[in-house]
Design a protein around this ligand. Structure first.
Ligand SMILES: Nc1nc2c(ncn2[C@@H]2O[C@H](COP(=O)(O)OP(=O)(O)OP(=O)(O)O)[C@@H](O)[C@H]2O)c(=O)[nH]1
Ligand SMILES: [Mg+2]
Ligand SMILES: [Zn+2]
Length: 316
């Protein structure tokens, strides 16, 4: 029997994975046995996985996926109810959101934050394109997210390595494995080029009419960073659906509800229809962001009415 070698998946294509084995990129095909017999999972191997390879053939055989410390997953698409694992074994997730062009979506941001909470991945919010926002817009977003609490980093990626927030981001990413995730056109790849100009990632244009991105990045890939650590650049998304979260766990994914929910009349309050709900009252009093609550209620409805071929959820 051939000895197996260990490596880390940096990219997955339809049939092969790109695996970093001590700095060398090896193409490896996942063994059939790794695929979920119940067919509930779209991809058995994801970027970030530590794997064991049999290098006797070409491509090598991807024999085993080692246990994961954490993972970020979602429902694959509106037509595919399976779990799609986006990344595994990461230290932190940065939600990359632009304040303008495309406009900030609290719905999308809150869904991603909920998924990272579910996946035990510490998350931070990057408000990019600060050059296109007013101070009032920034202050509103900052106060909503800092009260969760979530760290907020404000950046301008188009000014290159000297741009606002770039050095702060570099310090936060040093020696860690990070994932950049968010809307198409928010500036994930531009930010990475500013953080490390040698990466030379392809960046896209913003559609003039829709003010959205054009899905320029088409696959997730993990890159080593010169200043230490790794980052995963990902394709931009439009809608994000949670996967596998039982309905009575959704409230736990909103840490800003916690201080209020102790005062709800029912200890198992879903904060949706029950009387004397302190979370609902806090929203009415302006102590909790109404946008966060709206996303929460929408997630409950979505899980209650889960239908595999449901139409896309409209964005705000
Ligand atoms: N004004 C301004 N434009 C920016 C900034 N950051 C990025 N952009 C522009 O936004 C557009 C999209 O940037 P990308 O880096 O391709 O966005 P992305 O998030 O990687 O998009 P996908 O790969 O489609 O997911 C480009 O035209 C960038 O020049 C910024 O801070 N300010
Ligand atoms: Mg990109
Ligand atoms: Zn309640």
């Amino acid at each position: 029997m051939t000895a197996l070698v260990k490596g880390r998946v940096v990219r997955t294509d339809a049939k092969v994975c790109h695996v970093d084995v001590e700095g060398e990129i090896v193409l490896a095909a996942p063994r059939g046995i790794l695929f979920d017999p119940q067919n509930q999972q779209k991809n058995p191997v994801a970027v970030g996985d530590w794997v064991e390879l049999d290098r006797s053939g070409s491509p090598a055989g991807l024999e085993r996926v080692l246990p994961r410390t954490n993972w970020l997953s979602r429902t694959a698409s509106s037509h595919d109810p399976r779990e799609q694992v986006l990344a595994t074994n990461v230290d932190q997730l940065f939600v990359i959101a632009s304040v303008n062009k495309p406009g900030f979506s609290s719905n999308r941001t809150d869904r991603i934050l909920a998924a990272s909470e579910w996946g035990h991945i510490p998350a931070r919010l990057v408000l990019n394109k600060v050059d296109l926002a007013t101070e009032v817009e920034l202050e509103n977003l900052r106060s909503t997210y800092e009260s969760i609490p979530i760290d907020v980093i404000e950046t301008c990626a188009t000014k290159g390595p000297e741009g606002a927030g770039i050095e702060t981001l570099r310090e936060l990413m040093r020696d860690k494995v990070s994932i950049f995730y968010g809307a198409s056109g928010a500036g994930k790849s531009t930010l990475l080029n500013a953080l490390q100009p040698g990466l030379k990632l392809k960046v896209g244009k913003i559609s003039r009419y829709w003010e959205t991105g054009k899905h320029t990045t088409t696959y997730s890939q993990m890159y080593p960073l010169d200043f230490g650590g790794h980052v995963i650049d990902t394709p931009g998304i439009r809608v994000f659906r949670l996967f596998g979260v039982p309905i009575d766990h959704v409230r736990d994914l909103f840490p800003d509800f916690r201080p209020f929910q102790e005062r709800c009349r029912f200890s198992v309050c879903s904060h949706d229809h029950e009387p004397d709900c302190a979370v609902f009252d806090a929203v009415e009093q302006g102590e909790l962001a109404a946008t966060r609550y709206a996303t929460y209620v929408e997630l409950l409805d979505e899980i209650r009415n889960a239908k595999p071929d449901e139409d896309e959820v409209p964005e705000e």
